[in-house]
Design a protein around this ligand. Structure first.
Ligand code: FUB
Length: 342
């Protein structure tokens, strides 16, 4: 109603600041929104946040999600449809818990949902499920993607039709435990604690023709500084933490990500889907809540940043997806967004 709308527009953060955007959905919590345009309609594949009563810790145990819903809309700012459960962790044979940030892709009449979760041993893996509908229900493969690990899959399809998965996340996402190519349970809870060495790199692998496996060994995605040197582990304002998302514009590849403990969304630009990507700037200043996780999509001639915050709960693990317009400068750089108006 108009009255509710006015209330939202005037809503203020605990610090008394007003928000640039309002939650897309108010009766459920959705985070990590991965937006895609399929058949002229906008679909969002988010995490479905729930309160499991688990206190906050650095490993993210409070993010105890167990199913996914798809959101859809005909235009940004129009009504948002929340579709029924698309898949539940009990229907993912290899997974045990924590269905974290997903992504989706389409190829040859099939929709693919990519889902990170802990396997029965507690190790994060990435699996895929398929459907003939963009909103599911999705049917999971029996095993996770061979060679997959860690969290936050983001599948980018290039203009030549090749698809690539970017993935990884440090701290609770366990990427720091994979530095030798296999899982080291003693590999630490945060990062490598080598602040003067190159930061832990996110990963990329080209997808197989059936979109269900990696077609090659995973490679590091290198983010460089202005001198072309890898960003260092101690550079927490610029180094990769989680939430990879890649898009292409003007012939350039934009690798975007969250810096985690410094709460920025950043972008880095490259000439190939594999990188290297040169750090270029922040996209979004810190939102309310610890995590920041997003997607960027062109829809109906404009560019949109889907992101989340904790406006409705003020709890780190109960987040609301939002959308705001993203503006490019003529040189291809992105105008920094403040999630607050004042
Ligand atoms: O939603 C759970 C985790 O929190 C995601 O996988 C991370 O990117 C962070 O948003």
């Amino acid at each position: 109603t108009a009255a509710q709308h006015a209330t939202h527009a005037e809503a203020r953060s605990p610090e008394g600041r007003r928000y640039v955007a309002q939650p897309l959905v108010t009766d459920k919590f959705f985070a990590d929104p991965s937006a895609h345009v399929f058949n002229g309609k906008l679909y969002v594949y988010p995490s479905h946040d729930v309160d499991a009563g688990i206190p906050d810790d650095d490993l993210g145990n409070q993010y105890a999600m167990h199913d996914y819903h798809v959101l859809s809309m005909d235009r940004v700012g129009g009504p948002v449809t929340v579709h029924p459960v698309a898949i539940d962790v009990k229907d993912i044979p290899w997974a045990s818990k924590q269905t974290w940030a997903p992504d989706a892709a389409y190829k040859n009449g099939t929709y693919y949902l990519y889902m990170p979760a802990r396997d029965k041993q507690g190790v994060f893996r990435i699996g895929v499920a398929t459907s003939k509908s963009p909103t599911g229900p999705f049917k999971a493969e029996k095993e996770p993607i061979r060679g997959s690990y860690s969290i936050d899959p983001a599948v980018f399809t290039d203009t030549d039709g090749a698809s690539y998965m970017y993935f990884g996340g440090i701290w609770g996402g366990q990427l720091q435990r994979w530095t030798n190519g296999r899982y080291d349970p003693n590999g630490g809870d945060t990062d490598l604690k080598q602040d003067d060495k190159p930061a832990i790199a996110p990963k990329i692998a080209r997808m197989s023709a059936d979109m269900k496996q990696f077609a090659e060994a995973t490679r590091d995605v290198i983010i460089t500084d202005e001198a072309g040197k890898p960003v260092l582990g101690g550079d927490h304002d610029r180094r990769f933490f989680e939430a990879a998302w890649t898009f292409k514009r003007g012939g350039k590849y934009y690798f975007t990500y969250s810096t985690g403990d410094t709460h920025f969304l950043n972008y880095a630009i490259g000439d190939s889907p594999y990188g290297p990507f040169r750090y270029t700037g922040h996209i979004l200043k810190p939102v309310q809540g610890w995590t920041s996780h997003h997607s960027i999509v062109e829809f109906q001639g404009r560019w949109w940043l889907f992101y989340h915050d904790t406006q409705l709960s003020d709890k780190n693990h109960l987040r609301s997806a939002k959308v705001t317009e993203l503006t490019f400068n003529t040189d291809g750089t992105i105008q920094l967004i403040d999630p607050f108006k004042d």
